[in-house]
Design a protein around this ligand. Structure first.
Ligand code: NAP
Length: 257
């Protein structure tokens, strides 16, 4: 049983859908004040409504310094402090190298990696004023560990988050701030719902635990990294992928049977 985080405040970027929504709901359930952030105000407000009176929605584009500054200011105005940042917002538009434009590349890096720097910078004064805090990044297995055609820009952004994390963890350690990352495998989100049973079954077949991850699987890891009990963990990653990155070949999966 983890010590209660009741009354602490978390900002969840990209909290309106998918993994971020799962994180926001889980942290809300654990009693934290939750600022749910996405570009769509209506979506962020809807998730906050589902959490309850300890949550609110806020519209910001986290790829901009102004958006991140406004988000941090809003959390402090509403709740008096920031204790945890879950930097989760991200996009994954596919484009193979032969077609990828510099604008495609910049958009993914800006939304996934630049936003990590900008959101961390924006909450730093409040985390410092609180005497310490937790930063949890949502990275991915794609980039840090694996590759997937169409996602070279995405993989670079997700691996880049980990490079950022390792130095940030050292720089922020004297302030009592830890910086860690969760690396999700294939997680079942609203975005996958329309892909069809065959597509899902093919994905499941490549995972030793034989199911896609749930947003709760990721949220539980994020909540642990945000906990008192994780105080001595910084600059680290937790891969939550049902063993997906383990098989060294198709043969290894077939040999499971
Ligand atoms: P999703 O369902 O598409 O949700 C993305 C969230 O980010 C939405 O709330 C979206 O809201 C927000 N967002 C996007 N751009 C933003 C911006 N510029 N400013 C503020 N908010 C922004 O995605 P997901 O699948 O949950 O993925 C969430 C994170 O997990 C991403 O970092 C992704 O790389 C990572 N991940 C996902 C999987 C997976 O299997 N799903 C696997 C590995 C890693 P708006 O569009 O309204 O802004």
């Amino acid at each position: 049983m983890l010590k209660s985080l009741h009354g602490k405040t978390v900002i969840v970027t990209g909290g309106s859908r998918g993994i971020g929504k799962g994180i926001a709901l889980r942290f809300g359930e654990a009693g934290l004040n939750v600022l749910v952030v996405s570009r769509s105000e209506a979506d962020a407000v809807a998730v906050a409504g589902a959490i309850g009176p300890n949550a609110s929605g806020f519209a910001a584009d986290v790829s901009t310094p102004e958006g991140c500054a406004a988000m941090a200011e809003s959390a402090v105005d509403r709740y008096g402090a920031i204790n945890v940042l879950c930097a989760n917002a991200g996009i994954f538009p596919a484009a193979k190298l032969a077609e990828m434009t510099p604008a495609d590349f910049d958009r993914v890096i800006s939304t996934n990696l630049r936003s990590t720097f900008l959101s961390v910078s924006a909450v730093l004064p409040a985390l410092t004023a609180a005497g310490g805090g937790r930063i949890v990044l949502t990275s991915s297995i794609t980039g840090p560990v694996t590759g997937y055609p169409g996602w070279s820009h995405y993989g670079a952004s997700k691996a880049g988050q980990l490079g950022f994390m390792r130095t940030a963890a050292i720089e922020l350690a004297p302030k009592g701030i830890t910086v860690n990352a969760v690396l999700p495998g294939n997680i079942f989100t609203e975005g996958l719902e329309g892909m069809g049973a065959d597509y899902i079954a093919r994905m499941e077949a490549s995972i030793p635990l034989k199911r896609l991850g749930t947003v709760a699987d990721i949220a539980n890891a994020a909540l642990f990294l945000a906990s008192e009990e994780a105080a001595y963990i910084t600059g680290q990653t937790i891969t939550v992928d049902g063993g997906q990155i383990l098989p060294e070949s198709l043969g290894a999966l077939e040999a499971m049977a």
